[in-house]
Design a protein around this ligand. Structure first.
Ligand SMILES: Cc1ncc(COP(=O)(O)O)c(C=O)c1O
Length: 468
């Protein structure tokens, strides 16, 4: 019986027909990406009901599985690997990183420990050096690879909390959090939602969080900065999710370092500014912080999920995230689980390594500059149509409004239904706005023009509706 099972499951590995089939579907998808609607069509969305079926009692043919996924799944994706997806801050995927993902998915490595995958360990170690170099961080900085910036901030803030408590004579490892001295967190009132989530998981409640007054672009007001001390975590942001604005790291880090406070920078998509000569001024001083979170799956255009956590203190990092067990064999080489909350993990370093090797430092700078230039072009063209650009487009985020909240809502409704591109709503300073995040390597000038035409039709539709 067991032999039959082995025979039937391993057959496709020998014959490779289902891999050929998957490859064919993937190529169909790739070939259609620039001409398709960005958001699924209504008639395609109906196909999603095909997934709701009772638990299969017997197995299904591999070809049927792949075919069902391609027929019902492919058209119901968001075309975010194309050039006209501007929703959230998602980023596309460089072709080489997808190809590397395909190959390394076949390896199916667990990057938990060096002994579990020497190649994953070595490539992760190489990426650490490259990333530290790219961002110009202190040479001793350690890196962990996680699912995204949410996880990265959670890891970094865990290290921050534990280290601050230890420095203040409290052993959290022995005593736990109950009865620990208070920690204060200072951040902008516009800090990202995931930061508040991480703090809440870490037992830092709203009473311990000081939301400092922000400038109109969402960055911290230097003149309103609350007192910092050795029990403070100052959380800064490289790239506000609405305006794309950057905190004044140089000055803020100096102030924090004078007081021995911990500085964490949430640089999910913005930290990459440091790699470009033209935009490095935005990230000036980031190297003076203590920890950082950043995503490769955003600005660097690596496939999901590839978050990066960085911390200046390797020992504290590993201590805070340590797990021990009789069967856990630390090697003294690269043991990836020491830098994350997870144990078993997909080996994310392969795609990160491929992106950096493919682009090189210069190519990464060009990618960042291209995204920023596209954002400026987009903003300029939309302004010509009559949109108000609500932010100073310093990076890749464009925030627009058309006349008032109601008209903006209608234009957005039209554009979303038009499906030429996709972008989402946001609230900015109490007003409804449309947010465009220009994050994909694949966006061309033609893409921007197609999108501008869609916005133009959106205005005409809205005006007509207003007259009727
Ligand atoms: C500034 C900032 N921080 C954190 C996050 C969360 O990142 P992730 O979705 O990778 O967890 C985002 C997501 O867009 C972000 O823009």
């Amino acid at each position: 019986m067991q032999e039959d099972f082995y025979e039937s499951v391993s057959k496709p590995l020998r014959n490779k027909q289902i891999f050929e089939m998957a490859k064919g579907y993937a190529f169909d998808y790739i070939d259609g990406i620039s001409n398709r609607n960005v958001y699924p069509k209504e008639e395609d969305l109906l196909k999603l009901k095909n997934f709701y079926e009772p638990l299969p009692q017997v197995g299904t043919d591999e070809e049927e599985i792949l075919s069902a996924l391609h027929q019902n799944g492919s058209p119901n994706t968001l075309a975010q690997t194309g050039g006209r997806y501007f929703g959230f801050v998602n980023g596309g995927a460089l072709p080489v990183t997808l190809a590397v993902k395909w190959l390394t998915d076949v390896w199916d490595q667990n990057s938990v420990l060096y002994v579990a995958s020497p190649v994953a360990g070595v490539i992760e170690e190489v990426c650490e050096k490259w990333i530290v170099d790219l961002f110009g961080l202190p040479a001793e900085t350690a890196m962990g690879l996680v699912g995204g910036s949410s996880d990265a901030s959670l890891c970094a803030l865990t290290v921050a909390r534990n280290t601050i408590l230890e420095r203040n004579g409290y052993n959290i490892y022995e005593n736990g959090l109950m009865g620990a001295p208070e920690i204060r967190v200072v951040l902008s009132e516009n800090a990202h939602a995931t930061i508040f989530k991480a703090l809440s998981i870490l037992g830092i409640g709203s009473k311990n969080i000081i939301k400092a007054e922000a400038n109109p672009d969402g960055t911290l007001r230097l003149d309103k900065l609350p007192e910092l001390d050795e029990r403070t975590i100052l959380i800064l942001q490289a790239g506000n999710v609405n305006t794309g604005a950057f905190d004044k790291f140089d000055t803020l880090c100096d102030l924090a370092n004078e007081k021995n406070a911990w500085v964490h920078i949430d640089g999910a998509f913005g930290l990459w500014a440091k790699t470009s000569k033209e935009y490095a001024y935005l990230a000036k001083g980031i190297e003076k912080a203590t920890s950082w979170s950043v995503d490769a799956h955003k600005t660097l255009n690596v496939p999901y999920d590839c978050g990066i956590v960085l911390c200046k203190y390797r020992d504290a990092f590993c201590k805070a995230l340590q797990a021990n067990g009789e069967y856990i064999i630390y090697s003294g080489k690269r043991d990836g689980m020491l830098y994350t909350t997870a144990m078993s993990r997909r080996a994310r370093a392969f795609e990160l390594w491929a992106a950096i090797k493919y682009l090189g430092k210069e190519g990464i700078a060009t990618l960042v500059e291209t995204l920023c230039r596209n954002a400026k072009t987009f903003a300029g063209r939309l302004s010509q149509l009559g949109f108000t650009i609500l932010n100073d487009v310093v990076y890749n985020q464009v925030l627009i409004q058309y006349v008032d909240d109601e008209m903006t809502k209608r234009v957005l409704e039209y554009v979303q239904n038009d499906r030429v591109c996709w972008c989402g709503p946001t609230q900015w300073k109490g007003n409804m706005a449309i947010r465009l995040s220009v994050c994909s390597w694949a966006t061309t000038k033609e893409d921007i023009e197609l999108c501008v035409d869609s916005f133009k039709r959106g205005i005409e539709y809205t005006r007509e509706k207003n007259l009727n």
